[in-house]
Design a protein. Sequence first.
Length: 363
Amino acid sequence: MAKITLDNVAHSYIAKPKNQADYALRLIDNIWDDGGAYALLGPSGCGKTTLLNIISGLLTPSKGRVLFDGNDVTGLPPEKRNIAQVFQFPVLYDTMSVYGNLAFPLKNRGFNKPDIEKRVLEVAQILDLTDSLNKKAASLTADAKQKISLGRGLVRSDVAAILFDEPLTVIDPHLKWQLRCKLKQVHEQLKLTLLYVTHDQVEALTFADQVIVMYEGGIVQIGTPQELFENPSHKFVGYFIGSPGMNFLPCTIEGNQAMVGDIKIKLNDQTAALGAAAKGKIELGIRPLYLEVHQTQVEASVPVIVKSIEDQGNYKIVTTILGDNNILRARLPEGKHSPSEKAWLRFSENWIKLYSDDILLKN
C-alpha cells in the first residue's frame, strides 16, 4: 500500500490553457494516507474521473506531480505504478472460470500456486463467490460478473492502491448495500489504500473514512461523513450531502438576528458575531433535521405556508414557503401530526450556519 501525494496537480484538455476556466481539474495539493479509504464524490463533470486517471497513470497532468510513498510516478504508465483498478462495467475473461479470473492477476506476477489458491479462496469467500468458482464467467449475471471484477482488484495484496471507478453501477440496489459492507470489511481487515469514485452520496458516506467532495474541477471539502453533514464548508456540500439538502436563505445580520426580509431569526452569540464581521453575500444555512415543525406559534418560531408533505416511511419532509417565496424543507419525525395549510418553524440556534459568497463562516 502507498501514501499518495498530489503535489499542485492540475489538468486541462486544452493545449494552451489561458485561465482557470480552461482547467477540467483545478489546482489540488493533498496527501492521502497509506491504508486509508477515500471516496471522491461529486456530480458528473466535476473532475472525479480526470483525477482518478491521473493517479492511475492513464492521464499525465498538465501541472504538478503524483507521488507514491514519496517516489515521483507522474511520468510512469499504469503498469509501472503497481495499482489495481475496477471500472464501471465488468472487465474479465468470459472463457475462464471464476477461479481463473481471480487467479489471473496473481499468476501474471509469478505468485506460487499455494499462495494463489489461499488468496483466491479468501477473496471468493468475502464476495460470496465460493460456490461459483468452477463456473465459466460467461454464464453469470451482470451482478456476479462485477463481483468478479471487484475480486480481481482485491486479490492482490501487494498493490500500492486499489482504484474504484463507480463499480456498483450495474449492481442491483440490495446487492449494492451488501458489497459496500464487504468493501468496508475488506479495508478494515487488510488495511488496503482504497480510492472510490462515485456520484452517489450513500455509497461514499457508507464506504469511506474520508470523503473528498469535488465541484467544478476542484476539491471543496475533505472530511468524515459526520463533518460533511454537520459543517459543510461550501454551499455545494450543503446542497449535495443529505436528502433533502441544506436549506439556504439570503439574509442580513442585525445584532443577534438574521433578517430574511422582515422576518427575524434568532442567532447564538458566536454565529451573530461571525455574520456581523462578514462581507459579501450572506446566506443562512440549516439542515431540515434542525427545523422544528409546530401547528401553532411557539417561542422564536416563524410562520410559513405548507406547500407539500412527502411521506418517507419513518419520517415526513414538509416543504414550506417562508416570506417572499423562500423554500424551506423540514423533517417531521414519525408520530408527529402533519400541519395543514399553515405552520410555524423554529430554528435550532446551534445548528444555524452562515455563508459568505458560498463559503462557511467560521472562527
